[in-house]
Design a protein around this ligand. Structure first.
Ligand code: PYC
Length: 312
Protein backbone atom coordinates (compact mmCIF):
# COMPACT_ATOMS: atom_id res chain seq x y z
CA UNK A 1 0.00 0.00 0.00
CA UNK A 2 1.36 3.44 -0.97
CA UNK A 3 0.04 6.77 0.24
CA UNK A 4 1.21 9.88 -1.59
CA UNK A 5 1.73 12.87 0.68
CA UNK A 6 3.16 16.38 0.58
CA UNK A 7 4.48 17.83 3.83
CA UNK A 8 4.55 21.52 4.67
CA UNK A 9 4.85 23.67 7.74
CA UNK A 10 2.90 26.76 8.72
CA UNK A 11 4.75 28.88 11.24
CA UNK A 12 6.68 25.77 12.26
CA UNK A 13 3.64 23.47 12.65
CA UNK A 14 3.67 20.57 10.16
CA UNK A 15 0.82 19.48 7.88
CA UNK A 16 0.88 16.24 5.89
CA UNK A 17 -1.54 16.44 2.97
CA UNK A 18 -2.73 13.04 1.72
CA UNK A 19 -3.25 13.27 -2.04
CA UNK A 20 -3.83 9.63 -2.99
CA UNK A 21 -3.83 6.16 -1.48
CA UNK A 22 -5.71 7.31 1.66
CA UNK A 23 -8.89 5.68 3.01
CA UNK A 24 -11.98 5.61 0.80
CA UNK A 25 -14.67 7.11 3.04
CA UNK A 26 -17.54 7.16 0.55
CA UNK A 27 -19.65 10.20 -0.26
CA UNK A 28 -21.61 11.11 2.90
CA UNK A 29 -21.33 14.39 4.82
CA UNK A 30 -17.86 15.36 5.96
CA UNK A 31 -18.91 14.45 9.53
CA UNK A 32 -20.18 11.03 8.43
CA UNK A 33 -16.97 10.37 6.56
CA UNK A 34 -14.86 11.36 9.55
CA UNK A 35 -16.96 9.02 11.72
CA UNK A 36 -16.52 6.20 9.25
CA UNK A 37 -12.75 6.76 9.28
CA UNK A 38 -12.72 6.79 13.10
CA UNK A 39 -14.78 3.65 13.50
CA UNK A 40 -13.69 1.50 10.57
CA UNK A 41 -10.28 2.58 9.32
CA UNK A 42 -8.51 4.31 12.18
CA UNK A 43 -5.32 2.29 11.66
CA UNK A 44 -4.71 4.25 8.45
CA UNK A 45 -4.73 7.53 10.42
CA UNK A 46 -2.06 6.24 12.79
CA UNK A 47 0.00 4.82 9.92
CA UNK A 48 0.11 8.24 8.23
CA UNK A 49 0.98 10.54 11.14
CA UNK A 50 2.42 8.45 13.95
CA UNK A 51 5.99 7.26 14.40
CA UNK A 52 7.93 5.72 12.73
CA UNK A 53 6.74 7.70 9.64
CA UNK A 54 5.49 10.78 11.45
CA UNK A 55 5.61 12.46 14.82
CA UNK A 56 3.22 13.72 17.51
CA UNK A 57 3.36 17.21 15.99
CA UNK A 58 2.12 16.31 12.50
CA UNK A 59 -1.44 17.22 11.57
CA UNK A 60 -2.68 15.15 8.66
CA UNK A 61 -5.11 16.47 6.06
CA UNK A 62 -7.00 14.05 3.82
CA UNK A 63 -7.93 15.73 0.55
CA UNK A 64 -11.27 14.44 -0.71
CA UNK A 65 -14.30 15.36 -2.77
CA UNK A 66 -16.37 17.98 -0.92
CA UNK A 67 -19.86 17.02 0.26
CA UNK A 68 -21.01 20.61 -0.36
CA UNK A 69 -21.10 21.17 -4.15
CA UNK A 70 -20.20 24.86 -3.72
CA UNK A 71 -16.71 23.79 -2.52
CA UNK A 72 -13.71 22.90 -4.66
CA UNK A 73 -12.12 20.57 -2.08
CA UNK A 74 -13.00 18.62 1.05
CA UNK A 75 -10.49 18.10 3.87
CA UNK A 76 -10.54 15.97 7.02
CA UNK A 77 -7.86 16.87 9.56
CA UNK A 78 -6.36 14.32 11.95
CA UNK A 79 -3.41 13.88 14.28
CA UNK A 80 -1.58 11.35 16.41
CA UNK A 81 -4.52 10.72 18.74
CA UNK A 82 -7.63 11.32 16.62
CA UNK A 83 -9.48 13.82 14.43
CA UNK A 84 -9.91 17.61 14.44
CA UNK A 85 -12.95 19.68 13.50
CA UNK A 86 -11.04 22.36 11.62
CA UNK A 87 -7.40 23.37 11.54
CA UNK A 88 -6.23 26.87 10.67
CA UNK A 89 -2.52 26.21 10.18
CA UNK A 90 -3.50 23.03 8.33
CA UNK A 91 -5.80 24.89 5.92
CA UNK A 92 -2.98 27.34 5.16
CA UNK A 93 -0.71 24.33 4.57
CA UNK A 94 -3.24 22.64 2.29
CA UNK A 95 -3.71 25.77 0.16
CA UNK A 96 0.06 26.44 -0.10
CA UNK A 97 0.57 22.79 -1.10
CA UNK A 98 -2.14 22.94 -3.77
CA UNK A 99 -0.39 26.05 -5.13
CA UNK A 100 2.99 24.23 -5.05
CA UNK A 101 1.37 21.42 -7.07
CA UNK A 102 0.00 23.96 -9.55
CA UNK A 103 -3.55 22.83 -8.79
CA UNK A 104 -4.73 26.33 -7.89
CA UNK A 105 -3.96 29.94 -8.82
CA UNK A 106 -4.22 33.03 -6.62
CA UNK A 107 -7.86 33.67 -5.77
CA UNK A 108 -10.63 32.31 -3.58
CA UNK A 109 -11.57 28.74 -2.70
CA UNK A 110 -14.23 27.06 -0.61
CA UNK A 111 -13.20 24.01 1.41
CA UNK A 112 -15.59 21.58 3.09
CA UNK A 113 -14.53 20.34 6.54
CA UNK A 114 -16.30 18.42 9.32
CA UNK A 115 -16.69 21.75 11.20
CA UNK A 116 -18.34 23.45 8.21
CA UNK A 117 -17.34 25.24 5.01
CA UNK A 118 -14.30 27.51 5.25
CA UNK A 119 -13.04 30.00 2.72
CA UNK A 120 -9.43 30.46 1.70
CA UNK A 121 -7.74 33.11 -0.40
CA UNK A 122 -4.36 32.41 -1.98
CA UNK A 123 -2.61 35.75 -2.37
CA UNK A 124 -0.17 36.56 -5.19
CA UNK A 125 2.79 36.50 -2.75
CA UNK A 126 1.90 32.97 -1.55
CA UNK A 127 0.29 34.05 1.72
CA UNK A 128 -3.07 32.48 2.54
CA UNK A 129 -6.06 33.97 4.35
CA UNK A 130 -8.50 31.52 5.89
CA UNK A 131 -12.09 32.56 6.52
CA UNK A 132 -12.90 30.27 9.41
CA UNK A 133 -16.21 28.87 10.63
CA UNK A 134 -18.28 31.18 12.90
CA UNK A 135 -16.58 31.34 16.28
CA UNK A 136 -17.93 32.20 19.70
CA UNK A 137 -17.34 32.28 23.42
CA UNK A 138 -19.46 29.62 25.08
CA UNK A 139 -18.74 30.39 28.77
CA UNK A 140 -16.72 33.16 30.43
CA UNK A 141 -14.85 33.18 33.74
CA UNK A 142 -14.96 29.43 34.33
CA UNK A 143 -13.07 28.46 37.49
CA UNK A 144 -11.15 25.16 37.50
CA UNK A 145 -9.24 23.65 40.36
CA UNK A 146 -6.02 22.26 38.88
CA UNK A 147 -4.42 19.77 41.29
CA UNK A 148 -0.89 20.86 42.15
CA UNK A 149 -1.39 24.32 40.62
CA UNK A 150 -4.44 25.81 42.36
CA UNK A 151 -7.47 27.53 40.91
CA UNK A 152 -7.38 29.03 37.43
CA UNK A 153 -10.04 30.89 35.47
CA UNK A 154 -10.64 30.85 31.76
CA UNK A 155 -13.01 31.11 28.84
CA UNK A 156 -14.46 28.18 26.94
CA UNK A 157 -14.63 29.08 23.26
CA UNK A 158 -15.22 27.52 19.86
CA UNK A 159 -13.03 28.35 16.87
CA UNK A 160 -13.56 25.14 14.87
CA UNK A 161 -12.19 23.16 17.86
CA UNK A 162 -12.95 23.55 21.58
CA UNK A 163 -10.57 25.66 23.66
CA UNK A 164 -10.09 26.50 27.31
CA UNK A 165 -8.25 29.83 27.26
CA UNK A 166 -6.66 30.77 30.57
CA UNK A 167 -7.41 34.40 31.45
CA UNK A 168 -4.53 35.34 33.70
CA UNK A 169 -1.04 35.66 32.15
CA UNK A 170 0.69 32.29 32.05
CA UNK A 171 2.25 31.36 35.41
CA UNK A 172 5.09 29.75 33.42
CA UNK A 173 7.11 31.88 30.99
CA UNK A 174 6.13 31.10 27.39
CA UNK A 175 9.54 30.08 26.09
CA UNK A 176 10.73 27.00 24.23
CA UNK A 177 12.99 26.19 27.20
CA UNK A 178 9.87 25.60 29.33
CA UNK A 179 8.03 23.15 27.08
CA UNK A 180 8.02 20.34 29.64
CA UNK A 181 6.53 22.56 32.37
CA UNK A 182 4.00 24.13 29.99
CA UNK A 183 2.90 20.72 28.72
CA UNK A 184 2.61 19.35 32.27
CA UNK A 185 0.52 22.33 33.44
CA UNK A 186 -1.85 22.42 30.47
CA UNK A 187 -2.14 18.62 30.48
CA UNK A 188 -3.11 18.72 34.16
CA UNK A 189 -5.59 21.51 33.41
CA UNK A 190 -7.22 19.45 30.64
CA UNK A 191 -7.48 16.45 32.99
CA UNK A 192 -9.08 18.73 35.60
CA UNK A 193 -11.69 19.92 33.07
CA UNK A 194 -12.59 16.34 32.32
CA UNK A 195 -12.65 15.30 35.99
CA UNK A 196 -14.87 18.31 36.85
CA UNK A 197 -17.16 17.64 33.82
CA UNK A 198 -16.40 21.05 32.29
CA UNK A 199 -17.14 20.79 28.58
CA UNK A 200 -18.06 22.69 25.46
CA UNK A 201 -21.66 22.75 24.24
CA UNK A 202 -23.47 19.40 23.96
CA UNK A 203 -20.91 18.03 26.45
CA UNK A 204 -18.15 18.23 23.84
CA UNK A 205 -14.68 17.48 25.15
CA UNK A 206 -12.40 20.52 25.45
CA UNK A 207 -9.24 19.16 23.86
CA UNK A 208 -7.18 22.34 23.30
CA UNK A 209 -5.75 24.40 26.18
CA UNK A 210 -4.29 27.84 25.54
CA UNK A 211 -2.08 30.10 27.66
CA UNK A 212 -1.26 33.73 26.87
CA UNK A 213 1.46 36.23 27.75
CA UNK A 214 2.80 39.53 26.47
CA UNK A 215 4.38 39.18 23.01
CA UNK A 216 8.11 39.39 22.33
CA UNK A 217 7.57 40.67 18.80
CA UNK A 218 6.70 44.37 19.17
CA UNK A 219 4.18 44.22 16.30
CA UNK A 220 2.20 41.34 17.90
CA UNK A 221 -0.61 41.71 20.43
CA UNK A 222 -0.14 38.46 22.36
CA UNK A 223 2.02 35.33 22.59
CA UNK A 224 0.50 31.89 23.16
CA UNK A 225 1.14 28.28 24.03
CA UNK A 226 -1.43 25.78 22.77
CA UNK A 227 -1.65 22.21 23.96
CA UNK A 228 -3.22 20.17 21.16
CA UNK A 229 -5.13 16.89 21.64
CA UNK A 230 -2.50 14.42 22.85
CA UNK A 231 0.69 15.90 24.31
CA UNK A 232 1.91 17.94 21.38
CA UNK A 233 1.98 21.75 21.33
CA UNK A 234 1.18 23.94 18.36
CA UNK A 235 4.31 25.41 16.81
CA UNK A 236 2.13 27.90 14.93
CA UNK A 237 -0.09 30.50 16.63
CA UNK A 238 -3.05 28.10 16.04
CA UNK A 239 -5.69 29.31 13.61
CA UNK A 240 -8.67 27.87 15.45
CA UNK A 241 -7.25 29.08 18.78
CA UNK A 242 -6.73 32.58 17.41
CA UNK A 243 -10.31 32.49 16.10
CA UNK A 244 -11.60 31.50 19.55
CA UNK A 245 -9.42 34.18 21.18
CA UNK A 246 -10.74 36.91 18.88
CA UNK A 247 -14.33 35.81 19.62
CA UNK A 248 -13.61 36.21 23.37
CA UNK A 249 -11.94 39.60 22.87
CA UNK A 250 -14.93 40.76 20.84
CA UNK A 251 -17.33 39.53 23.54
CA UNK A 252 -15.32 41.56 26.10
CA UNK A 253 -15.37 44.69 23.91
CA UNK A 254 -11.57 44.46 23.49
CA UNK A 255 -11.54 43.82 19.73
CA UNK A 256 -13.73 45.49 17.12
CA UNK A 257 -14.80 44.19 13.73
CA UNK A 258 -11.96 44.55 11.18
CA UNK A 259 -9.39 45.44 13.85
CA UNK A 260 -6.02 43.72 13.36
CA UNK A 261 -4.98 41.08 15.91
CA UNK A 262 -1.48 39.63 15.56
CA UNK A 263 -1.00 36.41 17.48
CA UNK A 264 2.54 35.23 18.17
CA UNK A 265 3.25 31.54 18.87
CA UNK A 266 5.73 30.08 21.32
CA UNK A 267 8.13 29.59 18.39
CA UNK A 268 7.83 33.29 17.45
CA UNK A 269 5.79 32.74 14.27
CA UNK A 270 2.77 35.01 13.78
CA UNK A 271 -0.72 34.98 12.25
CA UNK A 272 -2.61 38.14 11.37
CA UNK A 273 -6.27 37.97 12.30
CA UNK A 274 -9.40 40.02 12.24
CA UNK A 275 -13.11 39.33 12.58
CA UNK A 276 -16.15 40.38 10.62
CA UNK A 277 -19.69 40.30 11.97
CA UNK A 278 -22.14 38.74 9.53
CA UNK A 279 -25.79 38.12 10.43
CA UNK A 280 -24.81 38.43 14.09
CA UNK A 281 -22.07 35.78 13.81
CA UNK A 282 -18.35 36.31 14.43
CA UNK A 283 -16.41 35.27 11.34
CA UNK A 284 -12.64 35.05 11.95
CA UNK A 285 -10.02 35.58 9.23
CA UNK A 286 -6.46 34.28 9.72
CA UNK A 287 -3.52 35.10 7.43
CA UNK A 288 -0.22 33.19 7.35
CA UNK A 289 2.29 31.42 5.12
CA UNK A 290 3.25 27.79 4.65
CA UNK A 291 6.22 26.17 2.96
CA UNK A 292 6.48 22.72 1.40
CA UNK A 293 9.15 20.55 3.05
CA UNK A 294 8.80 17.12 1.40
CA UNK A 295 6.90 15.04 -1.12
CA UNK A 296 6.84 11.29 -0.57
CA UNK A 297 5.14 7.92 -0.91
CA UNK A 298 4.47 6.35 2.48
CA UNK A 299 4.94 2.59 2.13
CA UNK A 300 2.81 0.28 4.28
CA UNK A 301 4.35 -3.16 4.22
CA UNK A 302 2.38 -5.66 6.33
CA UNK A 303 5.59 -7.59 7.13
CA UNK A 304 6.65 -4.52 9.15
CA UNK A 305 5.42 -4.93 12.76
CA UNK A 306 5.11 -1.13 13.03
CA UNK A 307 3.53 -0.58 9.61
CA UNK A 308 0.36 0.85 11.26
CA UNK A 309 2.37 3.21 13.47
CA UNK A 310 3.17 3.33 17.15
CA UNK A 311 0.02 4.42 19.04
CA UNK A 312 0.11 8.14 19.96
O1 PYC B 1 -4.07 25.98 13.52
O2 PYC B 1 -6.12 25.51 14.10
C1 PYC B 1 -4.93 25.27 14.10
C2 PYC B 1 -4.44 24.06 14.80
C3 PYC B 1 -5.18 23.18 15.54
C4 PYC B 1 -4.29 22.19 16.00
C5 PYC B 1 -3.05 22.50 15.52
N1 PYC B 1 -3.16 23.63 14.77
Amino acid sequence: MRIHVVDSHTGGEPTRLVLSGGPDLGRGSMLDRRERWRTELDAVRAAIVNEPRGSDAIVGALLCEPADPSCQFGVIFFNNVGYLGMCGHGTIGVVATLAYLDRIRPGNLRIDTPAGVVGAELHGNGEVTVRNVPSSRYRADVAVDVPGYGQTTGDIAWGGNWFFQVQQPSPIELSLGNLDELTAYTGRLRQALEAQSITGSNRAEIDHIELFAAPRNPSAHSRNFVLCPGRSYDRSPCGTGTSAKMACLYADGKLKANELWIQESITGSTFEGHIEILNGEIIPFIKGSAFVTAEADLVIDERDPFCWGIPG
